[in-house]
Design a protein around this ligand. Structure first.
Ligand SMILES: Cc1cc2nc3c(=O)[nH]c(=O)nc-3n(C[C@H](O)[C@H](O)[C@H](O)COP(=O)(O)O)c2cc1C
Length: 184
């Protein structure tokens, strides 16, 4: 069974994380880390709390507790997604600040050359944001903006969320039937 980490930080768009979680929890061991601001956004945008992320193969971590399995490179993880990724977390990961579990696991993914997918949600982007995103890209992360396409004609909110989540799962190497490959 594959093992993935989903980190939810304090950017708008926690619906992407919830949908991703629901798709992965039946096919993988899923470790979930939610920052304090991420928990606030979960409540504001979806009326959910961290304890709502549960399942047979789900492990919910405390962001403040770094001394745990996924903080070590010796614990194999197939991929990590930071979704939504706040510019705060992006800046700290780009600077190598491993001050909480999210930042530490992201640091581990980069040093171990494992898959790290970063899903930023901010607009407009400052020079600092762009430099930090470039730094992450150059360190091996994949930047996958929460930026749905409108060409699949499923332009409901759910369809647009699925558009982004399908791209994330494809990049992670998981299974998804949310969005078929584009055909003319
Ligand atoms: C309602 C609300 C919406 C926010 N939306 C975003 C956002 O879309 N993108 C972003 O980068 N930061 C956003 N922020 C700011 C972050 O939450 C803030 O920078 C926070 O310190 C990030 O902390 P974290 O990275 O530990 O989750 C938002 C804050 C609030 C209160």
């Amino acid at each position: 069974m594959k093992r993935f980490v989903i980190a939810i930080t304090g950017a708008s768009g926690v619906c992407y994380a919830k949908r991703l979680f629901d798709c992965l929890k039946s096919q993988a061991e899923v470790h979930v880390i939610i920052s304090e601001r991420g928990a606030e956004l979960l409540n504001i945008e979806l009326g959910l709390k961290p304890s709502d992320f549960k399942g047979e193969n789900v492990i919910l971590h405390k962001t403040t507790k770094i001394n745990t399995s996924i903080a070590s490179g010796s614990f194999h993880v197939d991929g990590m997604v930071i979704v939504p990724a706040s510019m705060g977390t992006i800046g700290r990961v780009a600077a190598g600040v491993s001050g909480n579990l999210i930042e530490r696991v992201a640091d581990v993914m980069l040093k171990e050359k494992r898959k790290l997918i970063v899903v930023p949600r901010e607009a407009p982007l400052s020079t600092i944001h762009l430099k930090n995103l470039l730094a992450l890209d150059q360190a091996g992360a994949l930047i996958l903006p929460a930026s749905p396409g409108f060409y699949q004609q499923q332009n409901t909110v759910e369809g647009l969320v699925d558009f982004v989540v399908a791209r994330i799962i494809d990049q992670l190497g998981g299974d998804q039937d949310l969005m078929p490959p584009y055909k003319v």
